[in-house]
Design a protein around this ligand. Sequence first.
Ligand SMILES: Nc1ncnc2c1ncn2[C@@H]1O[C@H](COP(=O)(O)OP(=O)(O)O)[C@@H](O)[C@H]1O
Ligand SMILES: [Mg+2]
Length: 249
Amino acid sequence: MDRKVVIQLDDVRRDFEVGGKTVHALRGVSFKIYEGEFVTIMGKSGSGKSTLLNQLGCLDTPTSGEYYLDGVSVRQMSRSERAVLRNRKIGFIFQNYNLLPKTTSIENVELPLMYNPNVGAQERFDRAVAALKAVGLGERLYHKSNQMSGGQQQRVAIARALVNDPAVILADEATGNLDTRTSFEILVLFQKLHAEGRTIIFVTHNPNIAHYASRNIELRDGHIISDEVNDNILSAEEGLAAIPADTDE
Ligand SMILES: Nc1ncnc2c1ncn2[C@@H]1O[C@H](COP(=O)(O)OP(=O)(O)O)[C@@H](O)[C@H]1O
Ligand SMILES: [Mg+2]
């Protein structure tokens, strides 16, 4: 199959100098991520997940090695070029949502489009509404972030990640702050995005998430120790149905 390569890492290393010593956070990481994959990156604390995510998210550059995002080499870019690339090509979803406080769903979701001179006010609004509807928040367009539950806030964050139609969605412990039921609801949404052909990279220390993704990469001490396709993807919808109904919500 000639699937499109969205991300390619070639022997990426990242060293940090701390107190005269060198910490090897990434010790030569190589992989390709293809369009439409839902990949978990797992590993214990200190294994290099955040360092890798910062590379993938164009927030940091490798000490050596190459990173191609959607065919573009990131290594030689300036800081401002990387910022533009990041805004256009990557949708970020964080554990703590990172929404603007006391700001409506629409305004939060419109934000990434503010930096895009090709998108006018009406189109920005229309795209934000469409993204919010796609995550099931069509009835919460004008709610402020502090008026919503954690699960709803994470949906807003997912809509914000989608609104630029990014090449890849990067999630960092995106269900880490949520209770079991709400985590499954968010996983259902990730599986829906996967089914629609989105490319997703989900970094987590929680091995259960791997069952719902199409491929799992595991890090240890800055190395990849396994990289496997998941032939038995579990349904988050079924997982959700199996949880006893909550008293609240
Ligand atoms: N900015 C930094 N300066 C120095 N050492 C760092 C820095 N970031 C990460 N490290 C070190 O790199 C290793 C990997 O860290 P990290 O990527 O945060 O792992 P994880 O996210 O899997 O917990 C750890 O030993 C950590 O102490
Ligand atoms: Mg980390």
